[in-house]
Structure formats: C-alpha cells, structure tokens
Design a protein around this ligand. Structure first.
Ligand code: ZN
Length: 164
C-alpha cells in the first residue's frame, strides 16, 4: 500500500481510454489499495487508476453518508435515467470546480477485487461520482462537461450557507 502522486491535467494518461483488466492478481489488489491510500491523502471522494498513472479500467468511489468504498474493476454503465446539475471537482484539476449535468440514476456492472461480477444502482451524488470515475476510464475529463465554472468565492459562500 502506498500513497501515489496524483497526475494533473494535462497528461496523456488522463486523456487515453484505459485497457480492460484481464487478470485478477496481486497487482490489482495493490492498485486498489494504492488508489484508496491516495484518495484519502488527497481528500477525494473518488479516484481512477489513470490518475495515478495506471492505464487500467479500475476506480474507487466513496458512497453515501457511511462513505463505503465501492471498488470498480472493468465497470460498464448498463442504464442511466434523469438529469441533474451539480458542482464537481477533480483531483487532477486542483482548484477547478464547475456545474456538470449528469444522469440522476445509474446502474452499473463491474467486478470486485475477487473477480466477482456485481450490479449496482445509485442515485444523486453517488451516481455522479460513479459516472465521473467511469469517464476517467474512457479518457473523458470533467472540464469538457462543465457548463459553468464556480469561483472560489462562490464555493466559499455555498459552504458558509450550508453550515448555517
Ligand atoms: Zn476526476
């Protein structure tokens, strides 16, 4: 387990579609653990393998209030529904926040670290986080989807209002 350096935009690895994982092995387990350590260190809610310079379809996301860790190996989107605009950031774009429209519901299929296939449904911010990470695996970055950039002042104001 190790904290890796997060790759920042612009970088080739971030804009290149990732390769499928073909074997469940110790390297995959290490990758998942490294992703976790790095996400915690950088205080993110999700991180994808290309962000630590590994071009494989592997990503993790924190889900819900409990902040359960969802590990996604070779995830695919099966179904989406609805649309919602909310604010996103990305560890590869320090200081950039913007409004991004995403489906409000998603159903995915992926493998866990033991190679077991699972299906998962998510809504709201969980759906957003999952779709943001799967975009990374397709070489798609959130700045291309920003409808409106949120300034640091606006962001501060929003947090201040939330805490009231
Ligand atoms: Zn990101």
């Amino acid at each position: 387990m190790a904290i890796k350096k997060v790759i920042e935009h612009p970088a080739q690895v971030l804009s290149t579609p990732c390769a499928e994982v073909t074997e469940i092995n110790d390297e995959l387990i290490t990758l998942l653990d490294d992703l976790y350590d790095t996400m915690v260190e950088y205080d993110g809610v999700g991180i994808a393998a290309p962000q630590i310079d590994i071009g494989l379809r592997v990503a993790i996301v924190e889900l819900g209030e409990e902040r359960d860790i969802l590990e996604m190996v070779n995830p695919t989107v099966i179904e989406t529904d609805g649309a919602e605009i909310d604010i996103e950031g990305c560890l590869s774009f320090p200081g950039l926040y913007g409004e991004v429209e995403r489906p409000s519901y998603v159903k995915i299929e992926a493998c866990d670290r033991e190679g077991r296939v699972y299906e998962l449904e998510a809504g709201g911010f969980d759906a957003r986080a999952i779709l943001h990470e799967i975009d990374h695996l397709d070489g798609v970055l959130f700045d291309s989807k920003i409808k409106r950039v949120i300034t640091a002042e606006e962001l501060e104001e929003m947090y201040a209002n939330e805490e009231e």
